[in-house]
Design a binder for this molecule. Structure first.
Ligand SMILES: Nc1ncnc2c1ncn2[C@@H]1O[C@H](COP(=O)(O)OP(=O)(O)OP(=O)(O)O)[C@@H](O)[C@H]1O
Ligand SMILES: [Mg+2]
Length: 302
């Protein structure tokens, strides 16, 4: 079967900045694939290259067998793309926005009415069809933007941070929508800075500074490093953090609210010493499964 996405040493530079370092990636049809990493990781660059909106500096990318550099029109016929700073028209209504995108993507006039209705039902925006896009909540705007990207029934949906800046409930709803789209047979590539969203993907590429660090299922990523994580809970996490930092006996200390995650490379040696170092402080220690965030932090040292 033809891969949905295939890249060979795909790279993009801007003068001295290597926005995307040579990337080899294959994504099969039917995957929901996450490009995950912090600001400047290269997520947008990768997505724009796949959408044939950027030309690679070197290497190549294919989408369902079409080359993004030499066959951009064919690539665009296969994809729906939602940019990070997507442009809805705030002075147009929900329906008018969809209508506008239907025309841009040359949806046949005979199919348009049905498709618009399908998308409004699907995204549950039907009741808001006559509301100006500018007056929608953040989550609804995002749903409308995803719907616009789906207007011509693409095989591959490329979404650049679709949930950034929206509240947790809207995020969950948007993910429900993405799963519905995915169950309908659309391959999805989604960029996100949120590690908890990475857990919702079938496979994930962890990215940092233009480089793909690891690529696997969330489960394999979490078990693959052999990372042991001890969670320390205390009313004064800063004090405990300082104490452990001064003691210098763990491989990483990462703060999550009032909880500390302590990374141990050699737990049989480090754990008893850690317990001794914290004796009398009242800190509660327990071993936890590493999160993807732990994996990322362990890989980057940040
Ligand atoms: N047009 C450009 N000119 C120069 N440098 C650029 C350009 N676009 C991106 N970069 C640089 O390339 C790197 C990767 O940027 P990119 O936008 O792909 O990251 P990102 O993972 O999408 O980050 P964010 O989470 O901020 O959206 C960054 O260092 C960025 O400053
Ligand atoms: Mg980006």
């Amino acid at each position: 079967m033809m891969p949905a996405v295939e890249t060979n040493k795909l790279a993009k530079s801007y003068k001295k900045v290597e926005a995307l370092k040579p990337l080899d990636l294959a994504i099969e049809p039917g995957e929901i694939f996450g490009l995950v990493g912090p600001d400047g990781a290269g997520k947008t660059t990768a997505i724009k290259l796949l959408a044939s909106l950027l030309r690679p500096t070197s290497g190549r990318a294919g989408v369902f067998g079409f080359d993004t550099a030499s066959q951009p029109e064919a690539v665009r016929s296969q994809i729906g793309y939602m940019s990070q700073s997507f442009a809805l028209y705030p002075e147009l209504t929900v329906r008018e926005n969809l209508d506008f995108f239907a025309d841009i993507y040359r949806v046949k006039p005979g199919d348009k009415k049905t498709r618009l209705q399908e998308l409004m039902d699907f995204s549950r925006l039907g009741p808001f069809r006559d509301r100006l896009a500018g007056k929608l909540s953040g989550g609804m705007k995002q749903k409308l933007a995803v719907s616009c990207a789906l207007i011509h029934t693409p095989r591959l949906l490329l979404l650049d941070e679709p949930t950034t800046g929206i509240d947790p409930i809207s995020r969950r709803e948007l993910w429900k929508l993405l799963y519905d789209i995915w169950k309908g047979g659309v391959t999805i590539v989604v960029a996100t800075p949120y590690m908890d969203e990475a857990e919702r993907c079938g496979r994930v590429a962890l990215m940092d500074g233009g480089r793909m660090l690891l690529c696997d299922t969330p489960e394999h990523l979490k078990s693959g490093l052999g990372l042991e994580v001890i969670e320390a809970d205390h009313e004064e996490p800063t004090r405990i953090q300082e104490l452990i930092a001064a003691w210098n006996g763990v491989d990483g200390i990462h703060r999550f609210g009032r909880l500390l995650h302590l990374h141990l490379g050699d737990p049989s040696v480090q754990r008893p010493k850690l317990e001794a170092a914290l004796r009398g402080t009242g800190a509660r220690l327990r071993r936890i499964e590493p999160s993807l965030e732990d994996v990322f932090l362990a890989m980057t040292g940040r």
